[in-house]
Design a protein around this ligand. Sequence first.
Ligand code: FAD
Ligand code: 2HG
Ligand code: ZN
Length: 480
Amino acid sequence: MSGAVSTFVDKLRAIVGDKGLITDEAGKRPYLTDWRDAYLGKALAVVRPASTEEVAGVVKLCAAEKVAVVPQGGNTGLVGGGIPLEDGREILLSLGRMNRILEIDEIGYSMTVEAGVILKTIQETAAAHDRLFPLSLAAEGSCTIGGNLSTNAGGVQVLHYGNTRHLVLGLEVVQPNGDVWNGLRALKKDNTGYDLRDLYLGAEGTLGIITRAVLKLWPKPKDVATAWIAVPSPQAAVDLLSGAHAASEDNVTSCELMGRQGIDLVLAHIPGAADPLAERHDWYVLLEWSSTRARREGAKETGLREKMEGYLGEAMEQGLVLDAAIAQNETQARALWSLRENHTEASKKEGPSIKHDISVAVSKIPSFVTEGLAAMRKALPECRPVTFGHVGDGNLHFNCQAPQGWDKQRFNAHAPAISGAIYDLVVGYGGSISAEHGIGLMKVDELAHYRSSIELDAMRAIKRALDPQNLMNPGKIVRV
Ligand code: FAD
Ligand code: 2HG
Ligand code: ZN
């Protein structure tokens, strides 16, 4: 360690103490590589402050010494946003120790939390108060609310509750100069000029560090119906969803589409996974309805399960459904969900894959899938498309698994051709090249290519205005 670096590290230690500092290579390593092992960065130190004041102190020091800061929560991001660059001149600032639930307001349906609280803890705390925090995604056992807010995460209930942007009332953010902006307001209405809060949501740590948040809560559902449905095509899936909104009395809370290839990966790699239906099908929908009205056992029409059964029966007569299994209890519902939620894990175990987190209008999903699969096969005939995702939001993970036996290097040589073909098609559909995972490091060039100069200029102007020294997660989202 050079003299200048050791002095800087000593100053960090004076702010966060020994408990808040990791400087040895082995200790730093888990923070410097991402969930997919796609990126490996370097950092002067991993800093783990325990309070907003400590975050502010660290950022103030970094601003004075012109050291860049990479914030990190649970490190489950899929686009490399939380990984420092390879030059080793940044610090990694982990929010993991700031993990307290600060307040629950049952009457006001809100919860105030620190940024490092694990999403699952927030869900469980809300449930213990007969409330729901509806953000739900497969990484919920490890991702943090600060990361969710900073990526404006989506997940499996967006079609009913909205993405993370819609689940938050107020924020506290440490600015690039170390000042603390207290926007922790639990207000439903606040039209007092430009909305700073909205700027930080989805900013992936490039404008400041979120330290606390006031989250919105909902009433906890008392009746949930979950079905695993084989459908003949993506068109049938979209039609089934379209009718389900009214049939469920506007209670559709999840609608996920999956192709057979992904199911085969889950069955191959996830212990205990089992196909709920007797025969193989090409496409599946996981449909969930939730209501705050409790089931009335014994009455003629007892609840959502019966209503869903009726709807699926009619849909079967119309040819929209080939076969279906409705969960009879929570354990069965969990088993159906685990088939869906283990797609990412199973794909990682299978080997290299190229991810395309795209969105188009829901009604355009069927033709996009047809054209997208053709484009992928044209770019690499041996590729193995794995299509799944949040069809209710028009958001598919239109991924491409490497041909069997191919290593990362061989497969990645084809990535520009495959991704270029998919993104060109998406943009032709008026869609998005990143629906929910963000831009991070992975899609900086794509964003620069596909967004208009008006949008890019505005993004750069905002970045320069709020972070004039370019010290907040530089190189992510846009280059300035
Ligand atoms: P990190 O990965 O640590 O960071 C993500 C970004 O936010 C980085 O740019 C980082 O610098 C920044 N950041 C983190 N904390 C802060 C903070 N306090 N202040 C400022 N910036 C900060 N995403 C979805 O949207 N929907 C899904 O359905 C989904 N499913 C997933 C399933 C699996 C199995 C995995 C591995 C990932 C999935 N993701 C999904 C991606 C990921 O979980 C989300 O992006 C999540 O919101 C990241 O949270 P995190 O705490 O892990 O953030
Ligand atoms: C999901 O919906 C995540 O499960 C991960 O967004 C998607 O692995 C992926 O591509
Ligand atoms: Zn997703």
